[in-house]
Design a protein around this ligand. Structure first.
Ligand code: ARG
Length: 619
């Protein structure tokens, strides 16, 4: 089956059931049993969820309790009414068994019909999209993520935005949205003042010729110490100390270099143009290793020519005004800090660039939604940004969802912000190297699968497992909480880790390798699966929930919903595989079980791929 074979062939069971509940609630309201406002219905049908225990059926609706309370009726009576309308809802009976009597205080439990389930799984087996329907109304979604300040080495803090943003972009794309990813590089900030000053006062030409990235990194770190002039930092660095002694005004001069760059000074501009490709090469290397790409790289510098116009416009609109020489937007009362768009010295700010960016994206991309995957510490910035943009009245913005997809801090195992033993921030590249090195120790510890691996393959496996571990550990956290970075935990082969999930994929692959099975033929020939054992049925229903999990990731931009679901799927698969024979099964059972294995393997692999995580055949 191809994509154009029509959505009616792909069934999202939960959506279908929610639609049936919608119908039932509308009937209930029309009968005058309970008053339900039309705009309440979405919230009520969203209360149809999967059950925690299969003995209560597959899905359960819980809205009867609250509705009964408001109408002063018995919950069970209201539930019985809903269930009656549900059974008569269009399309319900084809997919679901007639709901029995409500359970407990008014739970309406629903079970998927076995024949409908078997047919849906068989269709998913033959489907490129594994049964996942695309959204009915695709949106244009801009995902602004990673966006590091270049010319400083990338550190562990950058991994969260990069990994979470990439996963969200992949998932939304698979759901059928038009996704535009944009790396809003910090390529115009004060860090360039440091490098410019360093270049003019203490560069090492030979070192730059040999390794430009390393030399710029050295200049950045050195000049930061000189400009900050903190005695404790200078005490341990004689080169910095000597420079600081020779240039007591370094801090001010660094700021001046930035200002000159912004004013268009030809020398600084030319140097900036020389430095940028070097900075790009540095971060590109990391993106290559992470397999992360972007559609656009519209960094802060791109928007510079528009900033004066933005400020003028805001002033003309009566939104921004002067205060002590600076210009700001006063969103709250006069005592609340304004959203500054121009400093007293004339310089524009992060805020100004972000406003220009919103206007530009609106004009050029016409998005329905913009997601900013950025550290939670920038929460106030985004609140003020969104509020200012709304009041600005940009045409079309009233229909755009602006969302700050915030995430917490990366902590070390001591619960403090993650640092090296020497107290420095951890460089991202060194971190990736260590992950891969540690993974090599895990995958290299030798059972028969590994004996057949050459050096190249072993390196590839270690890279896939090591990088996967780092990504998965991040993605499987609730993004809004801080998370503790632990190589030991993330590389464990059991529990909800990438290694465990990758191993699950390799186990499924192993079946087909051992059995010499032609998977294409298996998929083509699969007309129905047999679900006579409860473990087969449990696996089948889990497989059909892939689309539901992706839908839930989207609604709150939370990739951890997908990792949790994949882990559950791996559990249902293990329960199935450990108790039923597959290759040794007979006749139609064998093909049916192989089809379930095939679909499980593909969904696990695709699920990991949507998280940006690779898989291997053996590990
Ligand atoms: N460069 C910023 C930083 O490192 C993040 C930019 C996020 N994106 C945005 N449009 N503000 O903090």
């Amino acid at each position: 089956m191809r994509d154009d074979d029509g959505p009616q062939r792909r069934v999202n069971l939960r959506s279908a059931l929610r639609e049936a509940f919608r119908h039932a609630l509308e009937c209930l309201a029309a009968d005058g049993v309970v008053a339900i406002a039309p705009d309440e219905i979405d919230g009520l049908v969203d209360q149809v969820r999967e059950t925690a225990d299969a003995k209560f059926g597959d899905y359960s609706g819980t809205m009867a309790m609250a509705l009964a309370k408001r109408a002063g009726k018995k919950p069970r009576d209201v539930a019985t009414d809903i269930a009656r309308h549900l059974a008569a809802a269009p399309g319900f009976a084809e997919l679901f068994e007639s709901p029995g009597d409500p359970v407990g205080p008014g739970f309406i439990n629903v079970r998927v019909r076995d024949d409908a389930l078997a047919a849906a799984v068989a269709r998913a087996v033959a489907d490129d999209r594994m049964g996942v329907a695309a959204v009915e109304s695709p949106q244009t979604v801009v995902v602004d993520f990673s966006s590091p300040n270049v010319a400083k080495p990338m550190h562990v803090g950058h991994i969260r935005s990069t990994v979470i943003g990439d996963a969200i972009a992949r998932i939304l794309r698979f759901r059928g949205h038009h996704v535009i990813t944009d790396n809003h590089l910090g390529d115009w900030g004060t860090q360039f003042g440091m490098i410019l000053w360093g270049w003019k006062h203490c560069r090492d030409d030979a070192a730059f010729a040999a390794d430009p990235t390393a030399e710029l990194g050295r200049l950045y770190r050195l000049v930061r110490k000189v400009a900050d002039a903190k005695p404790e930092e200078l005490a341990s660095d004689s080169v910095a100390a000597a420079l600081a002694a020779a240039h007591p005004e370094a801090g001010r001069e660094v700021l001046l270099e930035t200002a000159k760059l912004h004013e268009g000074d030809p020398e600084n501009r030319a140097l900036w143009e020389q430095f940028m490709p070097v900075c790009r090469a540095e971060i590109d290397r990391i993106y290559d290793r992470l397999h992360v790409t972007f559609d656009h790289w519209l960094g802060e510098s791109f928007f510079q020519p528009m900033l004066a116009g933005v400020v003028e416009d805001l002033v003309r609109a009566g939104l921004a005004r002067e205060s002590r020489g600076a210009i700001g937007v006063f969103l709250g009362g006069d005592d609340e800090p304004p959203f500054l768009v121009r400093k007293a010295d004339g310089a524009f700010l992060y805020a100004t660039t972000d406003l220009a960016t919103i206007r530009w994206r609106l004009e050029h991309w016409k998005p329905d939604r913009m997601l900013y995957v950025v550290d939670h510490r920038q929460g106030q910035h985004f609140e003020q940004l969104f509020e200012t943009a709304r009041r600005w009245g940009l045409p079309g913005l009233e229909n755009v969802d602006l969302v700050h997809v915030a995430f917490g801090t990366v902590l070390g195992e001591d619960g403090k912000p993650f640092k090296t033993r020497a107290g420095d921030t951890v460089g991202l590249e060194a971190l990736l190297d260590e992950g891969v090195e540690r993974a090599a120790a895990v995958v290299g510890s030798g059972d028969e699968a590994r004996a057949g691996m050459g050096d190249d393959e072993r390196r590839h496996v270690a890279e896939t497992v090591g990088i996967g571990a780092i990504k998965y550990a991040d993605l499987s956290q609730n993004r809004t909480t801080d998370y503790v970075f632990s190589f030991d935990k993330m590389l464990q082969l059991t529990g909800n880790t990438a290694a465990y999930m990758q191993y699950a994929v390799a186990r499924v692959e192993g079946i087909f390798l051992r059995g010499g099975i032609d998977r294409e033929a298996l998929r083509r020939g699969c007309s129905a699966v047999r679900l006579s054992d409860p473990k087969e049925r449990a696996l089948a229903i889990e497989l059909l929930r892939f689309g539901e999990a992706l839908e839930d990731v989207e609604s709150d931009a939370r990739p951890n919903v997908l990792t949790a679901w994949l882990y559950d799927l791996a559990g249902s698969y293990s329960a199935f595989y450990d108790s039923l024979s597959v290759l040794k099964a007979e006749g139609p059972d064998r093909d049916s079980r192989l089809a379930l294995c095939d679909l499980t393997g593909r969904i696990l692999r695709r699920g990991l791929d949507l998280l940006g995580i690779g898989t291997v055949e053996k590990m």
